[in-house]
Write a protein that binds this ligand. Structure first.
Ligand code: IMP
Length: 202
């Protein structure tokens, strides 16, 4: 790569919310490509029983099939009173349609009458650069609200109250959420590594 060429990394997602969150954090330093940008329309398997495994599976898929340096994330919402559910099943909690409204409705239903509402989001990012494979983790503690509140963000944001803000993620603007969120923290660690070689492995 010459000094005039910008470093490129594929982010193994087509989720527009995740792409804009990460591009906002990365700024101009690195060109982040989506799966769409590299012509990948594959149904990438997420069959591992852990966030670490699924994150690695997605990144490995892009590297093996498209030959690109890349990173992939996998996120779970872990609820204490539900023994860590929905966890690795967060996207498909209410079924294979991966519908966020259905997922939230089911979680609120399963939390009815439960007073211990503690939960946390966890993200694992796997970076594959050349032959190097490195994982970064980010977490945020909070609780499950009793009803939806707010319209920003995506996924479970309307029912997740972060301890540090006291509001649901869906009531926070993008920068405020990125500053404390699971993915924001994992991404900050990824960026520190990419910029300075500083590494906080799992
Ligand atoms: P995945 O990383 O796309 O597999 O995410 C798993 C599930 O967690 C999906 O249902 C997402 O919508 C949800 N999720 C991931 N990140 C966030 C977030 O930042 N806020 C709310 N929900 C999220």
């Amino acid at each position: 790569m010459t000094s005039s060429e910008k470093r490129e990394l594929v982010f193994a997602t087509n989720n527009p919310h995740k792409l804009s969150e990460i591009r906002r954090m990365v700024g101009d330093s690195i060109r982040i490509l989506s799966l769409e940008d590299i012509g990948c329309h594959d149904d990438i398997p997420e069959t591992e029983p852990t966030l670490e495994g699924n994150s690695l599976l997605k990144a490995r898929w892009v590297k093996d099939h498209y030959g690109k340096d890349c990173f992939a994330d996998d996120t779970g919402l872990l609820v204490d009173a539900l023994d860590g559910a929905p966890g690795v099943m967060s996207a498909r909690y209410a079924g294979p349609a991966c519908d966020p409204e259905d997922n939230m409705s089911l979680l609120l239903k399963n939390m009815e009458g439960i007073t211990d509402r503690r939960a946390r989001f966890m993200t694992v990012i796997t970076l594959i650069e050349g032959s190097d494979v490195i994982q970064f983790k980010g977490e945020v503690n909070g609780s499950i609200a009793t009803h939806r509140d707010g319209t920003a963000g995506f996924g479970y944001d309307p029912i997740f109250i972060a301890d540090e803000s006291g509001t649901t993620f869906a009531r926070m603007d993008a920068d405020a959420k990125n500053a404390i969120s699971h993915r924001g923290r994992a991404t900050a660690r990824l960026l520190a590594y990419l910029k300075d070689g500083e590494c906080h492995r799992l």
